[in-house]
Design a binder for this molecule. Structure first.
Ligand SMILES: [Zn+2]
Ligand SMILES: [Zn+2]
Length: 267
């Protein structure tokens, strides 16, 4: 892995929602015990330092939480405020993908430019959305918000790897959605990769057992290799929904709902 020569950043995971009713077969294509409880947490992530603040994903709003039976603990906007980040002034928001629990809060960021992959925009507005099964993880209002942002010059659309701040790069992964991307960040403990839903849990990538919400299983598995290659080790790949994140990383200013991913985890 390349050494870090430029600036490093603080990286935060901020929990805003939970889904305790999840079962193991909903998280793994091949479960060990398909009816075992296997809860998911919902996070937004933030990268800050060197005069910049970048937010990864906008979370979901109260209306879609209710519709889909998830529990919202605080709005993603409040979670960011709790970390001293005012979403109203954030300039850069990376949308890993357009699923309802990642793109459901674009209105919290009135000043932001949204960074997305072209493959994701075409996927969520293209012919695959004629299939109810494939469009199930999307909310049409979020897709409309993305199109509004595009037409308002508030969206940057990429075709693969791009650097959006010194050392901070976006990487097209695919698999889970048509054009999901992950973020690589230089930190004081090395290269950290915020995978988003490219791996929901550490167990998905470590056991190479894919999450069942998937468009292309082969690309999801190849994505695991990309995440491993970009990071400085297994604990440097941060999954999108793993409840262990809060248990393993040190809290920010004693707040148990916000943890520092740029600091080493507990074993
Ligand atoms: Zn997703
Ligand atoms: Zn998700």
């Amino acid at each position: 892995m390349s050494t870090i020569t430029g600036p490093t950043y603080e990286v935060l995971a901020l929990r805003y929602g939970i889904f305790d009713g999840r079962l193991q077969y909903q998280n793994f294509i091949i479960p060990d015990d398909h009816a075992a409880p296997d809860p998911l947490d919902f996070y937004v992530f933030a990268i800050r330092g060197n005069g910049r603040t970048i937010v990864m994903d906008t979370g979901f709003n109260a209306a879609s939480a209710k519709r889909r039976g998830r529990e919202i603990l605080r709005t993603p906007a409040q979670a960011l405020l709790d970390a001293g980040i005012d979403p109203a002034t954030v300039k850069d928001v990376v949308l890993t993908h357009m699923h309802w629990d990642h793109a459901g809060g674009m209105e919290y960021f009135p000043q932001a430019t949204f960074h997305i992959q072209a493959a994701e925009m075409s996927y969520c507005t293209g012919p695959c959305m004629c299939e109810p099964f494939l469009r199930r993880p999307f909310d049409v209002d979020d897709v409309k918000s993305a199109i509004d942002a595009l037409y308002a010059d508030r969206m940057k659309v990429y075709d693969g790897t791009v650097e959006i701040a010194p050392g901070v790069t976006l990487h097209l992964i695919g698999g889970h959605s048509g054009g999901i991307q992950s973020i690589r960040v230089p930190t004081q403990r090395g290269w950290v990769v915020l995978a988003g839903d490219a791996t929901h849990l550490w167990r998905n990538i470590r056991k190479r057992n894919p999450f069942p919400v998937v468009v292309n299983v082969q690309r999801m598995l190849q994505g695991f290799d990309i995440l491993n290659r970009l990071s400085d080790g297994p604990d440097h790949v941060i999954p999108g929904h793993d409840p262990l994140i809060l248990k393993r990383f040190p809290p920010l200013d004693g707040n148990p709902e916000i943890v520092r991913l740029d600091l080493p985890p507990a074993a």
